[in-house]
Ligand binder design. Sequence first.
Ligand code: ADP
Ligand code: MG
Length: 252
Amino acid sequence: MTARSAPRTDVPAIQVQGLHKYFGDNEVLKGIDFHVNSGEVVCVIGPSGSGKSTLLRCVNRLEEPTEGQILVEGIDICDPEVDLDDVRSRIGMVFQQFNLFPHLDVLKNLTLAQRTVRGRSKDEAVQIARQNLEKVGLSEKEAAYPAHLSGGQQQRVAIARALSMDPDMMLFDEPTSALDPELVGDVLDVMKALASEGMTMMVVTHEMGFAREVGNKLVFMDGGVVVEEGVPSEVLSSPQHERTQAFLSKVL
Ligand code: ADP
Ligand code: MG
């Protein structure tokens, strides 16, 4: 499990084609075509229930697509032959609710999967964990338990944990939505720094300032379809579709 081929940059990092997803009779993704190029930051916005999380979760098969194709670095992740552990180890996920292990201190949160999934030695895992804690500005918290950290600190730990797996790309699902307003900035700063280092990122967010400043592309979803996409500043200042206009008039 340790050895992993270098990321391909000659194909999109993520390519979604004709994706449909049903939960029972409920069709929540109704034919999504979507791609994220290597090194790009794509932000996804849209009303609650529009299918943003489901789309994100299909990209590493936390949800099974009902129909359509998802290629990650050119690999069809729904191919029964695919090495799903390898694909997933290339994709870092950060959730709204942090999802840290409450019974483990920060350092153990960061080393556990490195050791079990990437097969790293304890020393190597600790060294990589410390590098990533420094990156998110939390070196002094390595012995703390999640419950003793603020939400913003917990989310930065979650980002450091994902980075410790050396992902080729990062998926964020409303990473700042559960945070008190004064804690949002520190998390966005970490994400901006990641973007400027060239990390490929797909970010579901309500932070329009972030989308405008950092995003290469903004995608507006509503009712299980991509309604509109484009350069963030253009979509935000002159949305073409009525549904985009209606949504933005509520949130801007
Ligand atoms: P968003 O992230 O844009 O708010 P979601 O992708 O979470 O939207 O949800 C889209 C729709 O799919 C909603 O109607 C939601 O109730 C439904 N849904 C999401 N997850 C499940 C699930 N595991 N089982 C059944 N329905 C689900
Ligand atoms: Mg969601």
